[in-house]
Design a protein around this ligand. Sequence first.
Ligand code: ZN
Ligand code: ZN
Length: 383
Amino acid sequence: MKAVVYNGPRDVSVKDVPDAKIERPTDVLVKITSTNICGSDLHMYEGRTNFEKGRVFGHENLGKVVEIGSAVDRIKIGDMVCLPFNIGCGFCRNCESGLTAFCLTVNPDPKMAGAAYGFAGMGPFNGGQAEYLRVPYGDFNCLKLPEDALEKEDDYVMVSDIFPTGWHATELAGVQPSDSVVVYGAGPVGLMAAYSATLKNASQVMIVDRHPDRLRLAEQIGVIPIDDSKSDPVEQVLAMTNGRGADKGCECVGYQAHDPQGHEHPNMTMNNLVKSVKFTGGIGVVGIFLPQDPGGPDQLSKQGEIPFDMGLFWIKGQHIGTGQANVKDYNRQLRDLIHADKAKPSFIVSHRLPLDKASEAYQHFDARDDGWTKVVLKSSHTP
Ligand SMILES: [Zn+2]
Ligand SMILES: [Zn+2]
């Protein structure tokens, strides 16, 4: 089968690899029809993780079930399904509590909780930027899609990661109706966090970025764009909130945060959030931070540490929630919002390209080229 293979830093190509297949009786085999390129793929693409050469990328996957293992009960051949990017077992203590991003059994590394498709450090599973994907524990992990699956495919594929992840940022921050919310980062996840805050009836949603295409999209959904290349974003947020700061804040950038001049500061967004959020406010962090970053700009960040403004954070009595989204905690509900025409997350999609074009799509998305806000790769053979 064809798949997007990582060859080394900033080098991917579509190659023939061995077919994904049923390996255990609980597996489901999915013919992928839509698979997104994600901002977290870029950390791996840029060589800033230990992602192995020769592995297949892709953790935002949707497709049609073409084969099921002998122990699969609920999922049937022909079902259209969306796959959470995290792979859970369904029976460990964390999965049973809904914390499927921290499954205790699927990742063979005993020091790590949580597994995902085509993701550094999250188990040996190949990604779905390919013709087929093996889904472990298919009954647990597959989200069945309703009859409008084909018509709304670009919406439903966002339920694999970025829509639940954006939603999770607002949950971690504790967003309530009528809150003012500031989101740092207007990439796909940041836009989904701002969109989620809007769906939760926040009274004021602001988003900080500097790319005009992203800020335009934010404006389209009624979010206030804040351009941090024009002036200090903290000052802008304070000016819009009577000097108090936003009730809640979301971090949707991660450890490769950089200033408008292109210099990397892994602590930039976190410290800006502490300053931008009110006393006793909440901060949700879904941007990726890693325990080690050998390519980091200084000694501290190489060890996964940042100079954090602990004093101001403490004196303001704020709280922080962090980590990957437990996609299964939200994906049914978000699917139903899409089905009922209450949510349309595909507004962020800028490019629909065949899998064969993955290499150039990665280049453009990685360069944050104007207009490349979100890429959906389409299998060349629709089922
Ligand atoms: Zn993703
Ligand atoms: Zn589990």
